[in-house]
Unconditional design. Structure first.
Length: 393
């Protein structure tokens, strides 16, 4: 019984720390740091550098015109902003539509090798000192490029992560509401991480790197944006975060489409932990290791396991300690949470809306997909950079 008790409290601590505690610790550390050390403003006027906006696309004919309109409206000198599309494997009208835009350089190969391979190839072509990477189905705010460039005034910054915003006409659905809430929380953590030391990775919807720091990756890498940005940080540079440069995209069409995203992210996360084993060394990487383990590693490894162990462990403890009020209360809360999650699932399946119940449903859904991601990696070995896209609203 003692072993069960120890496992239960360790598991409860890890789950709490991963999703709540780290945010609290991070907030307090940032406040303490900013009391004693004032942030230097590196956003003074400088000569604007040439920037390449790189868009990796596969069969994106439905968004080419709207994406190019967005690119041409960006507030950055046209002569300094190169627009490059890499469209390997596209067999729809993507390339035909892009031919109508003289400012768009198109790199195309008939074979589809996946996003990582496409970006690797494009980087050999690009000469600009700063490369901004974005997706074809995301739309940037007009000031995004200037905001990103300003953060590179700090020579210690090797990568800049923009903010992801999820847009939906109907935010009460499980996919839109859950994803939107998740990214609001995630964006706050990224901001705090950046203010403490460095953001922990960047998302492919919008991020930028110094061209000289980019390193080719294996084409089997699933989260190329995350691995690339973290490897830059491991070389002593920082990942800055900007909420003033953001990419907006629609929510997943439904929870089945959201599942595709979550399985890919989970599989990529587990792959990343294996590829970035040296970063677990707190003695070598210090604060970056602490942030990486707290913000990423636990979510992709121990936390989902302990989360689903807590209920049976709690049940064993209640049976063994029937007079323990604390274990009874914790068991009741867990059962209530799972019932709420199941009700959220039922409502989502019936296209009924309930913001409160979608929270436990999306939380459980997110953690279940970590196991699905592990299953995918086990079946595919190293994995593949080629992935079926999730449909967006």
């Amino acid at each position: 019984m003692k072993t069960v008790e120890i496992l239960f409290w360790i598991g409860l601590f890890i789950v709490f720390y991963t999703y709540v505690g780290y945010g609290i610790v991070l907030f307090l550390l940032v406040k303490i740091k900013e009391i004693f050390f004032k942030n230097r403003d590196n956003k003074g006027l400088i000569d604007l550098p040439e920037v390449t906006l790189l868009i990796a696309a596969y069969n994106e004919e439905s968004v080419v015109d709207s994406k190019m309109t967005n690119c041409l409206e960006l507030d950055y000198p046209a002569e300094l902003l190169k627009i490059v599309w890499v469209t390997d494997g596209s067999d729809d009208n993507t390339n035909t539509l892009l031919a109508n835009y003289h400012r768009a350089d198109v790199l195309f190969e008939p074979a589809r090798g996946g996003k990582t391979a496409a970006v690797n190839r494009a980087m050999d072509y690009i000469k600009s000192p700063i490369v901004v990477l974005t997706d074809a189905n995301t739309y940037l705010n007009k000031e995004a490029i200037k905001e990103i460039v300003s953060l590179f005034n700090d020579p210690k910054v090797g990568c800049v992560a923009g903010e992801k915003r999820v847009l939906s006409k109907d935010k009460d659905t499980a996919s839109a509401g859950g994803e939107g809430l998740y990214w609001m929380y995630e964006s706050k953590l990224k901001d705090l991480d950046s203010r403490l030391y460095s953001a922990v990775g960047a998302a492919g919807e919008l991020y930028a790197v110094r061209r000289e720091l980019y390193k080719h990756m294996e084409k089997s890498v699933l989260l190329d944006d995350f691995i690339q940005s973290i490897q830059i940080a491991m070389r002593g540079y920082k990942i800055a975060y900007s909420s003033k440069a953001y990419a907006a995209e629609g929510a997943s069409l439904d929870m089945n489409e959201e599942k595709k995203r979550k399985v890919r992210i989970a599989a990529g996360g587990l792959q990343s932990v294996a590829m970035l084993l040296p970063l677990l060394n707190l003695f070598k990487y210090g604060m970056l290791s602490f942030q990486y383990i707290s913000h990423r590693v636990l979510r992709w490894t121990l936390t989902p396991i302990f989360l689903f162990m807590l209920l049976p462990l709690n049940l064993v403890l209640v049976i063994g300690n029937p007079n323990s009020v604390i274990y009874l209360i914790l068991l009741a809360l867990q059962i209530l949470f799972y019932v709420g999650g199941y009700m959220g699932f039922v409502l989502a399946e019936r296209n009924l809306k309930n913001k409160v119940l979608f929270v436990p449903y999306y939380f459980l859904f997110m953690n279940i997909n970590v196991f699905r991601g592990a299953k995918y990696l086990y079946k595919k070995g190293k994995g593949s950079g080629i992935w079926e896209k999730a449909k967006r609203a």
